[in-house]
Design a protein around this ligand. Structure first.
Ligand code: PEP
Ligand code: MN
Length: 363
């Protein structure tokens, strides 16, 4: 198995800025839109690189699919006029070739392409022998291995200027996000590859303007290495992702409000308190695990009783009561409603699994 070579991933992002802010429109719609957006972004003094989609992977037919090669020449002009490095999404080898031809500084691979190892392999081959930095978005489906696999393939092709972009995942059911963040996935990626820069894309996570600040702050609190935020000179007129794009002025306001907290190695004066609190967490976790184990034992005993009396595993009425009652208690204790739902469902799922196992075993 090929692994991402941690030591080979140079801190190329630091050479641009830290934390990094990449901004620009979802799509390159016209020369004027690109130059207008880019010059306003430069005026904010906050942006380290300019992004725009040239080829747009769209869910439905008849949506704006990008201007292709023509827009690459606009990107080149943006770069010459503003001095900002420019970033573009690529989805197949022809795109890579054109980006190199037009001196694009950074390329990224979109969530839909990352979900397909065939596309990634083709891109890896096209990238062999080049030194262009590559950012890899998480795949649309919540599969860390698929994300790592894409990073590995591109890394094996010789690319060591790599970054991952967390843009959220397609999950079942509706929630407040366009793409559910599932923060545990990028956190695990960071744990496995500590030197790999991980950038958060709040725009595609939120799908709306209102939540961008909150998600961006959360990403910074998790020590993400930068942000990619979509910005459009006139968001109301945007041809793609209209609801989530913000003006450069709004971007400036959001960034000004964000708190950049220091990584823990820098918080010397609070280390002791941190240690104390961590000990408390250890004790609390132990209590939670003990309580869970105790609950599962009772679940087993109930399972035997149900088995002996030929009663079904799932008793909807009882379960509804539990949900209602536990939620009420949890809310009173200050726990979050969504968190409680997820936790209770997980516990219930495990209880059913435990009982199913013992019903089907001749224990
Ligand atoms: C984009 O960055 O505009 C885009 C298409 O993103 P994703 O691949 O995350 O959907
Ligand atoms: Mn977009």
């Amino acid at each position: 198995m090929v692994h991402i070579n941690n030591t080979a991933i140079s801190n190329w992002l630091d050479s641009i800025c830290n934390p990094l802010l990449i901004s620009g429109p979802c799509s390159a719609e016209s020369r004027e839109q690109l130059l207008g957006t880019a010059s306003s972004l430069v005026e904010t003094g906050l942006v380290s690189a300019f992004r725009a989609g040239i080829w747009k992977p769209r869910t439905r037919l008849h949506s704006f699919e990008g201007h292709g090669e023509k827009a690459l020449s606009w990107m080149k002009e943006v770069k010459e006029k503003t001095g900002l490095p420019v970033a573009v999404e690529v989805a197949h080898p022809g795109h890579v070739e054109l980006c190199l031809k037009y001196d694009i500084d950074i390329i990224w691979i979109g969530a839909r392409s990352v979900a397909n190892p065939f596309s990634i392999q083709e891109l890896a081959e096209a990238l062999t022998g080049t030194s262009i930095p590559v950012m890899i978005k998480n795949p649309v489906n919540p599969d860390l291995q698929l994300w790592i696999g894409a990073l590995e393939r591109i890394n094996r092709a010789g690319t060591d200027k790599l970054a991952a972009i967390h843009r959220g995942f397609n999950t079942w059911g509706k929630n407040q996000y366009r793409n559910t963040p599932l923060w545990e996935i990028p956190i695990e990626l960071k744990r496995l590859f500590p030197k790999l820069p991980v950038i958060c894309d709040p725009s595609h996570i939120c799908g709306n303007r209102a939540m961008i600040e909150k998600v961006a702050q959360y990403a910074l609190d998790l020590n993400m290495d930068g942000l990619m935020i979509e910005s459009h000179i006139n968001p109301e007129k945007a041809l793609s992702d209209k609801n989530q794009q913000i003006t450069p002025t709004k971007l400036k306001k959001i960034i000004a409000k964000l708190q950049i907290r220091k990584a823990e190695s820098f918080i010397k004066e609070t280390t002791d308190t941190l240690e104390e609190l961590r000990k408390k967490i250890d004790v609390a976790d132990y209590k939670i695990l003990e309580a869970l184990a105790e609950r599962m034992n009772v679940v087993k005993n109930i399972g035997y009783l149900k088995k002996d009396n030929k009663i079904t595993i799932l008793q909807i009425k009882r379960w509804n009561n539990i949900i209602h009652n536990r939620k009420e208690t949890g809310l009173k204790l200050g726990l979050d409603k969504e968190f409680l739902s997820e936790l209770l469902n997980l516990i219930h799922k495990e209880a059913i699994t435990v009982q199913k196992k013992l019903m089907n075993n001749n224990e």
